[in-house]
Every structure is written in structure tokens, then in C-alpha cells.
Design a protein around this ligand. Structure first.
Ligand SMILES: NC(=O)C1=CN([C@@H]2O[C@H](COP(=O)(O)OP(=O)(O)OC[C@H]3O[C@@H](n4cnc5c(N)ncnc54)[C@H](O)[C@@H]3O)[C@@H](O)[C@H]2O)C=CC1
Ligand SMILES: O=C(O)C(=O)Cc1ccc(O)cc1
Length: 314
């Protein structure tokens, strides 16, 4: 399934290391928009990469990462954060001079720490993070429209050639994303509050409900209202991926958990002492934040708004 219009091809040959939800979504979007010639792929699971080939998401599969990246103009690391170092080491000898390496990981300082030491000087590294996803995993879960109207944050380390950053930016814009460039540590602190803490809370709430005595547990399932259901969706997210996120953004997450715990204690106190205005003021403020998010059109992906129709890049 090659044969895309030559005028729009950004990267003639792309290699994906990992082809799950995010890798396969990007591969599908690149194909849909005619941005790629050939897509090669390596994963640690022979079954899943063969399946990605059957799905038509990739053209070629390789049992070695170095073979997969040979001749590639762009290499996309799309594996759990904890696998980055081993993948970078395994693929390094196959990288073509002038190639761009990027990634999609949810934490950016650790990926730079883990991947950069293995890359030859002739290769540019442009780390990236699409702020888009679902609780599902694997190549079947991906879809080409995932990135439309969502942010993708690029965190190039100092010295990264501007031209490489511009090409990765062009890729994400072509699949429908809005792109910002950010310092990696700042990215990790922002994501600790906007993404990592919410997941930690969801895992905790669902775990707490599950720990209740079994009769109460039945009630939780029977009467679970949409609020609890939303938490169960988030808490169904991939265990390997989220273990790696928390272990690799440890400092920022612990700092924000500390802050959150203090705010929760203040609310606990307000409830205990019947301070209704404290509760009312907070809930009024948070309602305005939600409405602001919807006004900014960032709700797609949380089930609030439908995806906008993708534009074909000519
Ligand atoms: N799931 C989500 O909603 C989002 C995930 N991300 C990031 O994207 C990355 C990938 O996540 P998903 O696509 O959701 O995961 P996934 O579980 O759907 O896919 C992971 C892929 O990596 C492969 N893999 C795992 N370990 C490997 C290894 N040692 N060597 C080679 N291949 C290996 C798997 O076979 C699979 O193809 C993660 O770093 C995650 O932080 C970023 C944004 C959203
Ligand atoms: O499913 C959801 O609601 C998500 O929040 C998906 C997600 C998970 C991890 C990321 O780094 C970015 C997005």
C-alpha cells in the first residue's frame, strides 16, 4: 500500500519502533495524507507487527530494530517509555546519516536521557508528544483521525537543527495537530498536572471501590453513574505504559501529588466544618474552566465533541 502522490511525501521511508495505539494511528494518518512512501516496522512482539502488516498499517516488518530503521528518513519510537533506551541501543547501528529520530512518549526528560546517548551525531533527535490518545492499546486500536485538533508538543534538546524540528512540525500539522515547542522539564511539569495526576486519581478511585467489602462492590458496579464510569475508562489504560510514566516523571508527579493532597485536605476540612461557600466557590471556578476548554474546541477525545473532518493535504 505505497504509491502516494510524490508532491506531498514528507518522508519517503519511515520506520516505526512499536506499532500500537499511537504508532499505528500516526502510520494510518501519514498514509491517509500521502506523507510517506514506505513504512517499515519493528516491535518486540512478532505477532503484533505481523498483524499491523495484515491491517495494511505497515509495509515491511523486521525482527531486528537495526534492520527496520535501515534507510529510513524518519524513525518514530512509539514504545512504552521504559523500553526507549533498549530500542535506541538496538537500532543505532542501522540509522542512516541525516535521518531524523522522533518519539511520542508521554514524558520528555527521560526520553532525552535514555535515547540521546545512543544516537550518532549525524542524526537529529526531535522528541514529541501528541496530547491525544485513548485507554486502548495495540495496532487495532489506532485510527487516522486521532490527532486532529489536538496539541503535539515538541521538546528538542539544545543544538537540535532547526530544519529537523521544522520537518517534524510539518508532519504533525499535516495530520491535523497544533504544534508547540517546549523545554522538556516544563513539559513534564505541565503534564504531571494535566494528565499524570488525573490518571493516578482514576487508578486510586477505582482501586478503592474495588477494595470495598464485596456487597458494597456490587452496588458500585450496579449503580455506577457517569462520573465513576469516566474514572473506570481512564483506569483501564495500559498498565505498562502508565507504570513507566510514573517511574519516569517521578519528581514532577510527587510534587503535584503533594499539592493535590493539601488541596484535598482543605476541602475535607470545609466539608467537616460546613463551609459551604468554600465548596461553592471552588465548584464555580472549576465549572468555568470546563466551559473554557469546550469553547477552545479541545474536547474531542474525551467524548465531549465529535472529531472535526480531516483536511486532505495536497
Ligand atoms: N496511549 C495513549 O493514549 C498515549 C500514549 N502515548 C505514548 O506513546 C507510547 C506508545 O503508547 P501506545 O501506542 O499507547 O502503546 P501500545 O501498547 O498500544 O503499543 C506499544 C508498542 O510498542 C511495542 N513494544 C513494547 N515494548 C517493546 C520493546 N521493548 N521493543 C520493541 N517494541 C516494543 C509493542 O509491541 C507495541 O507495538 C508510550 O510511550 C506512551 O507514553 C502518548 C500519547 C497518548
Ligand atoms: O485517554 C485519555 O483520556 C488520555 O488522556 C490519553 C492520553 C494518555 C497519555 C498521554 O500522554 C496523552 C493522552
Amino acid at each position: 500500500m505505497t504509491g502516494t502522490p510524490a508532491s506531498s511525501v514528507l518522508f519517503p521511508r519511515v520506520a516505526f519502533i512499536g506499532i500500537g495505539l499511537i504508532g499505528s494511528s500516526l502510520a494510518r494518518a501519514m498514509r491517509q495524507h500521502g506523507l510517506v512512501g514506505t513504512i517499515a516496522c519493528h516491535t518486540s512482539s512478532d505477532g503484533s507487527m505481523e498483524h499491523a502488516k495484515e491491517l495494511g498499517v505497515v509495509d515491511e516488518v523486521y525482527r531486528s530494530a537495526a534492520e527496520a530503521v535501515r534507510g529510513a528518513d524518519l524513525v518514530v519510537l512509539a514504545v512504552p517509555i521504559g523500553a526507549n533506551a533498549a530500542c535506541a541501543e538496538a537500532m543505532a547501528s542501522g540509522l542512516k546519516p541525516g535521518a531524523i529520530v522522533t518519539d511520542v512518549g508521554s514524558v520528555k526528560q527521560s526520553v532525552i536521557r535514555d535515547v540521546s546517548p545512543f544516537l550518532p551525531d549525524s542524526v537529529a533527535f526531535v522528541p514529541g508528544h501528541p496530547l491525544a490518545g485513548t485507554e486502548h492499546s495495540g495496532p487495532d486500536a489506532g485510527f487516522a483521525e486521532l490527532f486532529i485538533s489536538r496539541w503535539c508538543i515538541l521538546t528538542p534538546p539544545p543544538g537540535t537543527p532547526e530544519a529537523a524540528v521544522a520537518r517534524v512540525r510539518a508532519l504533525w500539522e499535516a495530520v491535523g495537530s497544533k504544534v508547540d515547542v517546549m523545554e522538556p522539564g516544563h513539559h513534564d511539569r505541565v503534564l504531571a498536572i494535566t494528565s499524570h495526576l488525573p490518571h493516578l486519581i482514576a487508578y486510586t478511585i477505582v482501586g478503592t471501590a474495588d477494595d470495598l467489602a464485596s456487597d458494597a462492590k456490587q452496588e458500585v458496579i450496579k449503580y455506577s453513574a457517569s462520573g465513576f464510569r469516566d474514572f473506570t475508562r481512564i483506569a483501564a489504560s495500559d498498565p505498562t505504559m502508565w507504570r513507566d510514566i510514573f517511574l519516569n516523571n517521578r519528581e514532577a508527579v510527587l510534587e503535584i501529588v503533594q499539592r493535590f493532597t493539601e488541596d484535598l485536605t482543605a476541602l475535607q476540612r470545609a466539608i467537616r466544618w460546613g463551609e459551604g461557600e468554600v465548596l461553592f466557590d471552588l465548584f464555580t471556578r472549576t465549572r468555568a474552566i470546563r466551559r473554557g476548554i469546550i469553547d477552545q474546541g479541545q474536547a474531542y477525545g474525551s467524548g465531549i465533541a465529535p472529531p472535526p473532518v480531516p483536511e486532505k493535504v495536497e
